[in-house]
Write a protein of this length. Structure first.
Length: 71
């Protein structure tokens, strides 16, 4: 996310529970993906990485919708 987005997220999350929750999950997914980085992941690890990426993207899309409504 861009620095301007992060600034807006921090300002709005004080009042918007959904945004605060989405951003916290987004950070959690980012941490998970970082820890899951393996040179040759197994099939189950590949599926889990893909699942976490989808969840992260879905949350980011919703965060962007919220931010767009406040710009």
């Amino acid at each position: 996310m861009e620095p301007s987005d992060l600034d807006l997220i921090h300002r709005l999350s004080a009042k918007n529970d959904e945004l605060r929750h989405l951003y916290t999950r987004h950070q959690k997914y980012e941490t998970q993906l970082t820890s899951m980085t393996v040179r040759h992941p197994s099939e189950s690890e590949t599926r889990e990485i893909a699942r976490v990426k989808r969840l992260k993207l879905r949350g980011k899309d919703r965060i962007q919708q919220i931010l767009a409504a406040h710009r």
